[in-house]
Design a protein around this ligand. Sequence first.
Ligand SMILES: NC(=O)c1ccc[n+]([C@@H]2O[C@H](COP(=O)([O-])OP(=O)(O)OC[C@H]3O[C@@H](n4cnc5c(N)ncnc54)[C@H](OP(=O)(O)O)[C@@H]3O)[C@@H](O)[C@H]2O)c1
Length: 238
Amino acid sequence: MRYDDKTLVVIGGGSGIGLATAKAFVEGGGRVVLGGRSAQRLEAARESLGAAAQIATIDVFDPDSVAAFFAPLERIDHLFTPAATYAIAPFDHPDEAALASPFDGKFWGQVRCVRAAAPKLAADGSVVLMSGAASARPPKGAALYAAANGAIEAFGRGLAVDLAPIRANVIAPGTIDGDLWARRPTEIRDAAFAGQAAGSLVGRPGAEAEIAQAVLFLLINGFTTGTTLFTDGGYSLR
Ligand SMILES: NC(=O)c1ccc[n+]([C@@H]2O[C@H](COP(=O)([O-])OP(=O)(O)OC[C@H]3O[C@@H](n4cnc5c(N)ncnc54)[C@H](OP(=O)(O)O)[C@@H]3O)[C@@H](O)[C@H]2O)c1
């Protein structure tokens, strides 16, 4: 695929699935604007991508920061919003703030970014939101996290209606072997990968490049809108 003269904004583009998507977009001739909180992480991403990449810091928890990030951007062809920071607590946890964390840290951040980007999106442009396969098959103790992902998928369907002809879709990965899990303790990572291997149809975690390929399909395919694509190796079917 070629993305010449197109701009993709990736909020959460300094690492992981966002960076893998940016890399594939740049390899196809496109330009990217990467956002995240850590300037150092963004700078390393820009060095790896070259002159086709711009960077700017953003914290999706902070409406002023979101506004400042989007203000200088004139035209956006595509927007991808994998940035998220959240904790997972069981539904009977006594602290309501802990229960709200997946909504605060994953749902509302994406809502803020889409609201700020919408006036600048090209009429033939598109948005891809990040949810997760837990919406379809919740792990034990993660009912609020599952609910937040389900809310993101419903938001994506609503956006497809409200933004048309601009398209909106959602990507819902299973467990992916990449930057997110590399930062977690070994025993937790091993348990997650073993769970994905045993609990999926393909018998392994996914790769960031596999999710990037699926995100690019959703961003580019002109007849796909309002859908959630489960890139989970069949995790939600077991
Ligand atoms: N990897 C998986 O197994 C998996 C599976 C299902 C769903 N997902 C979803 O995909 C998301 C991204 O995962 P990933 O694998 O790409 O992990 P990642 O490498 O942790 O990517 C998240 C990116 O978002 C940025 N970010 C985090 N909080 C932010 C905030 N408040 N404002 C702006 N940027 C923020 C991070 O950079 P800074 O820290 O510098 O801000 C980071 O670059 C996950 O959070 C999850 O919602 C992942």
